[in-house]
Design a binder for this molecule. Structure first.
Ligand code: GDG
Length: 458
């Protein structure tokens, strides 16, 4: 079997620092078993980027970094990826900033990267491309004659056809998606949207095996809900709790990059409604919101920060006392072990995105709980995680009353019900951890026959 090559916008660190969360944990084993290679963007841009990948050997796998000029990086990453694709795919078409040089930069990065990758991959290798920043990569690789199997996983949601059409290049993007051998999505919801997009754009035909016939070839489609290292994260929380005292008042917790898709203002409005309707809880509960900055050079992110700060100030001014601050808001990233214990010591986990591919915070919160006295997860119906986590309290984040009622229900929930709900959520997660996710995707990719030369010559 050939080499496994992972491609993502950002590469893991060359020295292994900061590996503790996310994709690296998920893919480390598969990569080290197969002499794997991870290709990703260098941490810093360069005025004179090399036209080849820059290799670094780690003990577990090899890393190859690609460099971009600062201006190209800005237009490709902050521009097309995060000012067009991110808002559109999250249904926020009102926030799209369409600029011709953004889409040109996006295609240029894929073309350049494909040239660099084509020089080093072999026919029997497997390439796994991650996320919306790199959709055209398979298309560009095929143009250069690469015949390896190429899979793609979309970490964020895929919206319905009408919303997708707000992206000026929607037809081109659909065509690029169809050049992969395997397309993985987080949820059945997104899979349904993809099938509809292919039907209408490329006259795709759904086959009885669930794959799509497009232009005389078969594209394999699958739903692969991503997860976390459940046991590892639980251990982090248990170890942390042994070192730290619990808070003096029961706590509600939210942990989100400060992104407009995460429904932070809606969450605070729900909390405000709860406090105003349940004055007996004032002084007796507090909300801790950790919201580290992200993409703060994009205007829409400046706006969400200011909305959130305004609301947190309003709630603290309205309900706070000398002894009690209703909302503690931290606009900084905390270490991962601190997060684990903060989740464990929180009576309620608030995960209220307006639209989210999956949402790993929901899974981390459940993994971190003490099964003898677990907290309650409040989860938006629009998080991908809601498809699997129906034992959470599922809410509509747009309705402050629904959020307020769920907070009250969670705080008053009897121990037996909390245990029963947590037990069901945890046992599902334990079987569906991140190792399960990556193994399922790679198994499907491996089972696909290699691209044939005839198709490549179309
Ligand atoms: C995308 C999709 C999908 C947050 N604050 C801190 C911190 N975090 C960590 C969380 C969690 C991760 O960041 C966030 O993951 P999410 O899944 O919630 O969201 P996105 O970043 O938007 O991720 C999403 C995901 O890709 C995977 O496919 O689930 O739907 O949008 O792990 O714990 N970590 C630390 N300090 C913080 O302050 N250390």
């Amino acid at each position: 079997m050939g080499r496994l090559v992972i491609v993502s916008n950002r590469a893991p660190s060359v020295d292994g620092a900061g590996d503790s969360g996310g994709l690296v944990v998920a893919l480390k084993d598969a990569l080290s078993q197969q002499g794997g290679l991870w290709i990703g963007g260098a941490p810093k841009q360069s005025e004179n980027p090399a036209d080849e990948l820059n290799f670094h050997q780690r003990p577990d796998f090899e890393i190859a970094l690609f460099e971009l000029e600062p201006e190209l990086y800005r237009d490709y990453y902050l521009g097309y990826s995060n000012s067009v694709l991110w808002p559109a795919l999250h249904g926020r078409v009102d926030l799209i900033d369409v600029q011709p040089h953004y889409s040109a930069a996006y295609r240029k990065v894929a073309r350049r990267l494909a040239r660099q990758i084509a020089r080093i991959v072999t026919h029997d290798g497997m390439i796994w491309v991650h996320d919306y920043q790199l959709i055209p990569l398979a298309h560009e690789l095929r143009k250069l004659g690469v015949t390896s199997r190429i899979g793609f996983f979309l970490h964020i949601p895929l919206p319905d056809l009408q919303t997708f059409k707000a992206i000026p290049e929607w037809q081109e993007l659909a065509g690029c998606l169809a050049d992969y051998d395997l397309l993985g999505l987080q949820t059945q919801r997104d899979l349904g949207h993809l099938i509809n997009i292919f039907r209408h754009t490329l006259r795709g035909e759904l086959r009885p095996n669930g794959n799509m016939g497009i232009n005389g070839r078969e594209v394999v489609l699958g739903c692969f809900p991503i997860s976390i290292d459940v046991r590892g994260f639980r251990q982090l929380a248990v170890d942390g709790a042994a070192r730290t005292a619990p808070p003096s008042v029961p706590r509600l917790i939210g942990v989100d990059r400060l992104d407009y898709s995460k429904g932070l203002p809606q969450r605070l409005l729900g909390y405000e409604t709860f406090l105003s309707q349940n004055p007996e809880f004032c002084n007796k509960v507090g909300l801790l919101q950790i919201a580290p900055p992200t993409r703060d050079d994009v205007d829409a992110y400046k706006a969400i920060r200011s909305d959130l700060e305004h609301l947190a100030g309003r709630i603290n001014g309205r309900f706070g006392t000398i002894e009690w601050t209703p909302v503690q808001y931290i606009h900084r990233a905390l270490p991962r072990d601190d997060l684990a214990v903060l989740y464990r010591y929180s009576r309620v986990g608030l995960v209220t995105p307006l639209f989210d591919g999956m949402n790993l915070v929901a899974k981390e919160y459940v993994a971190a709980q003490d099964e003898a006295d677990p907290g309650v997860l409040i989860l938006s119906q629009f998080a991908g995680a809601a498809e699997e986590m129906s034992d959470a309290l599922i809410i509509n984040p747009h309705d402050p009353q629904d959020v307020a009622d769920a907070i009250r229900t969670a705080l008053q929930m009897p121990l037996a019900e909390r245990r029963q709900r947590h037990g069901a959520l945890y046992s599902h997660l334990e079987k569906h951890d991140v190792a399960h996710w990556s193994a399922a995707f790679l198994k499907r990719l491996l089972a696909i026959e290699k691209a044939d030369a005839e198709w490549l010559e179309r």
